[in-house]
Design a protein around this ligand. Structure first.
Ligand SMILES: N[C@@H](CCC(=O)N[C@@H](CS)C(=O)NCC(=O)O)C(=O)O
Length: 324
């Protein structure tokens, strides 16, 4: 685990000391947008037109943020148009690597690099900051378009529709405002909430994260007893953003991040909803449970110093969900 400072790699764990033991996630720095005609998006510059074969996605199968982008690539019919490389699940002193394994780590298909940080310095030799996945790479200009998953999924939602003929829309105009409101609470208390609980290095920081997390799960359980999806009858990006955290909850966050007041399995509606989303055609193919369980337990040796992988509950993702 580390970061780049002026283009040089430093092996360094998250700095929680200066924030009273609390984990603070830093903002992604590459914020351009692929658009249908190459005009600029909401941030960054123009020049990233949607074209088949032009873009490459670097992901970890373990990572919930990267997982969102894989789900959108799959469901928006982008598999033949956007290529993918998968990093190795172990993120140790050199950060994400391109070592291969038998369970889906592919190596770097573009440059045959050894480390993810080399992709960042290829885009910007003086880059300072964390080296995170996902990364959307432009093969034409040889640079990073974006390393912000919430924006990459919005690009994938519509920018390539003229090429793919996709008609699905997980960010419909009419629901954008309520989607933002639901996303904001879920991001802070659930998606990032599990990390804040897990990476806390003081009791206060842990308490400040874990209580809002379970308050939100109670709220979501109630919401999903009334509606099929978060925004009603329409499946939206808010559901996919929640899904990648729910999927990792019982196998990882419950034990490793000490989010253990309840499991997702203990909430009838949340559990059935998680299975419903998992069972949507194409989604199961994006799930790399081996990498999920391995990555967290093996990489975070300050939390799990002996790197022992737990036995974990048996989970039947294909059990009928009976929703709808
Ligand atoms: N804002 C980013 C966050 C991505 C992120 O934090 N990814 C994690 C993996 S789950 C990572 O690569 N962490 C490496 C690090 O922080 O050094 C996004 O949503 O795209």
């Amino acid at each position: 685990m580390g970061l780049l400072i002026d283009g040089t790699w430093h092996d360094q764990w998250y700095d929680t000391k200066s924030h009273g033991g609390a984990f603070k996630r830093s903002a992604a720095q590459f914020r351009n947008w692929v658009t249908a005609d190459g005009t600029a998006g909401p941030s960054g510059r123009d020049g990233f037109k949607a074209e088949s074969g032009r873009y490459h996605l670097y992901v970890s199968l373990a990572c919930p943020w990267a997982h969102r982008t894989l789900i959108f690539r799959q469901l928006m019919g982008l598999r033949d148009h956007i290529t993918v490389s998968v990093v190795h699940p172990d993120m140790l002193d050199k950060g994400w690597t391109f070592a291969r394994d038998d369970h889906g780590a592919t190596g770097d298909d573009l440059f045959a690099f050894d480390f993810m940080h080399q992709v960042y310095t290829k885009a910007d030799p003086n880059y300072s900051g964390r080296v995170t996945v996902p990364v959307l790479w432009d093969k034409q200009q040889g640079t990073i378009v974006s390393n912000e998953s919430s924006e990459i999924i919005r690009m994938f939602n519509t920018a390539f529709d003229g090429i793919t003929g996709n008609t699905r829309d997980f960010w419909p105009e009419a629901l954008r405002e309520p989607i933002e409101a639901v996303n904001a609470r879920i991001y802070d208390t659930v998606n990032n909430g599990v990390y804040k609980a897990g990476f806390a290095t003081s009791q206060e920081a842990y308490d400040a994260a874990v209580h809002p997390l379970f308050d939100s799960l109670d709220w979501l359980e109630d919401l999903l007893s009334q509606h099929r999806y978060l925004l009603g009858d329409t499946l939206t990006e808010a559901d996919w953003r929640l899904f990648t955290t729910l999927l990792r909850f019982d196998p990882v966050y419950h034990l490793h991040f000490k989010c253990n007041r309840k499991r997702i399995m203990d909430y009838p509606n949340l559990w059935a909803y998680t299975r419903e989303l998992y069972q949507i055609p194409g989604v199961a193919e994006t799930v790399g449970m081996d990498h999920i369980v391995r990555h967290y337990h093996y990489s975070h040796d300050s939390i799990n110093p002996h790197r022992i992988l737990p036995i974990n509950p048996e989970i039947d993702w294909m059990e009928p969900h009976r929703r709808g």
